[in-house]
Design a protein around this ligand. Structure first.
Ligand code: GLC
Length: 493
């Protein structure tokens, strides 16, 4: 690992770099959500402000956690009756579909993550420089990691052993712990719910990921489902403290007219599944003014930022976006997952930020309620790097020439300085600087000053055509000056 795959995919005209680890996955990745083709800027000034603040934060944590973690399988998808790599039934009861679903739902009666300690996670995330968290309150399988009144398929129900634990309202504990460390909080919430009898009506067998009846033919059923969704989101937005992001997954629940037929998984959506986002967003923002609503892939006023998944747009985009990417291969916990290297992850963050995006890095907690040692070790490495270099990451914006060879550029939003990242080779953590470094002249002014973050003293430089040649002090050339990337700061443009 340690390299961004050079394979360039044309994704509706947007070129993306695919994360190599995803392709190398042993466990099939779940189906992926593409990036929307269009964007509408929010009109609400409070939303604009939060969006700006969120963009400045640049780096967040995503967690996928549920009863599926007990079997160490792909989150939710194995109960979806589609024949795809990511829906293969991997639990111990795979002979019949119905038997499997029963056993899967029965995982509720053994979910008991006694090591759950969200303060430990929040400490590790904050020390790594992460500024927001998005947590799975409910994934497609419908199991609620919060104390909803709408169903007993939840962590706080008496059937779940963990319900007797004082921290049983897991989502609440996660949000409180991260908020206490100063992070923004976001609720991942799946619009489709494969446990709800109003989404997968037991009268018919489920056919695929979609609602299993025609909402136009059975409007009272669909209305009941809409109400259920509204009520649950209301619980999350009114009873869990200050929330910053409502991250809605499962883009096949969408108005029929919003379907983009050029996208494979959207082409097969059989029905209008309009959940009334306007109503939901209005309610949510009445409790959480300025809330960012991220109705993934449903381009329009309720997708306040775009969410390319396991990919990074190849060029800077002028609207807000966030790549969600797994630290291992899988969104949810699988035993012995393959973790990306610290070098890879730091480079990923730098490249995303240089293109104007945020990185939402995912970790899947174990059934016992902790992360692997490797996840902590990666965050520690990233944190060590951020402690020296984060001024080149936060509150920055893209600046030409963005990226050239092993150099990547960002600029402070107020234009007061430009940062030049000198990346280490993909397969080697050490950054070794040459005696002179040739960089783009357009970021320099007559009185520019150049320093190296984490080092004392100014560097000499001179113009050479459309380049500037920076002289690296003798004591810093030819040996390791940092790990992953060393940052030169240029002021005075
Ligand atoms: C994919 C997966 C889904 C997961 C999401 C996270 O869409 O199918 O299970 O929650 O990625 O971005």
């Amino acid at each position: 690992m340690g390299i961004l795959s050079k394979r360039i995919l044309a994704n509706k005209g947007i070129k993306t770099l695919t994360v190599a680890a995803c392709l190398a996955s042993l466990q099939p990745q779940a189906q992926t959500h593409n990036q929307s083709a269009s964007y509408i800027w929010p009109k609400d000034t409070l939303v604009q402000q939060k969006l700006n603040q969120w963009q400045n934060n640049r780096f967040g944590l995503l967690m996928h956690w549920g009863t599926y973690s007990e079997w160490g399988i792909v989150e939710s998808w194995s109960i979806c009756p589609e024949d795809e790599g990511w829906t293969v039934r991997r639990g111990p009861y795979s002979s019949t579909y119905n038997g499997y679903v029963k056993a899967y739902e029965n995982l509720q009666t053994t979910f008991n993550p006694t090591q759950f300690n969200p303060q430990k996670w929040a400490d590790a995330a904050a020390a790594a420089g992460m500024k927001y968290v998005v947590f799975t309150t409910k994934h497609h399988d419908g199991f609620c990691m919060f104390d909803t009144k709408e169903t007993d398929y939840k962590v706080t129900d008496a059937k779940t052993p963990f319900s007797t634990n004082p921290k049983s309202n897991i989502a609440k504990e996660v949000f409180s712990a991260f908020r206490a460390k100063g992070l923004m909080t976001g609720a991942y919430f799946s619009k489709p719910d494969w446990h709800s009898p109003n989404y997968w009506w037991p009268y018919f067998p489920p056919k695929d990921r979609n609602v299993n009846y025609d909402p136009a033919k059975y409007p009272e059923k669909w209305n009941a489902f809409k109400q259920y969704t509204y009520n649950q989101i209301k619980e999350l937005m009114s009873g869990y403290g200050k929330m910053d992001i409502l991250w809605l997954d499962g883009g096949w629940v969408r108005p029929y007219e919003s379907i983009d037929k050029s996208v494979d998984w959207q082409r097969t959506i059989p029905y209008n599944q309009d959940i009334d986002m306007k109503n939901i967003a209005t309610m949510a923002r009445s409790y959480q003014p300025g809330l960012l609503v991220v109705d993934r892939t449903v381009a329009g006023e309720f997708e306040n930022y775009q969410t390319p998944e396991q990919t990074v747009p190849k060029e800077p985009l002028d609207h807000p976006w966030e790549s969600c990417i797994t630290m291992g291969d899988s969104w949810s916990y699988v035993p012995n997952d393959h973790y990306k290297s610290s070098n890879y992850l730091v480079h990923l963050l730098i490249k995303i930020v240089s293109r104007g995006g945020n990185l939402l890095l995912n970790i899947g907690p174990s059934p016992e309620g902790d992360w692997s040692d490797t996840a902590y070790a990666r965050l520690k490495d990233i944190g060590g790097w951020m402690a020296v270099n984060s001024t080149a990451i936060y509150s920055s914006k893209p600046v030409a020439p963005y990226e050239a060879g092993n150099l990547v550029y960002t600029q402070a939003k107020d234009g007061s300085y430009t940062s030049i990242f000198v990346l280490s080779p993909d397969n080697n953590d050490a950054v070794v600087l040459p005696a002179t470094l040739s960089v783009d002249a357009s970021i320099f002014g007559k009185k520019s000053k150049v320093t190296i973050l984490g080092q004392k003293g100014e560097l000499k430089w001179k113009t050479a055509g459309d380049k500037v040649e920076i002289t690296i002090p003798k004591n810093l050339t030819g040996k390791q000056v940092g790990s992953y990337a060393t940052v030169l700061k240029v002021t005075g443009k």
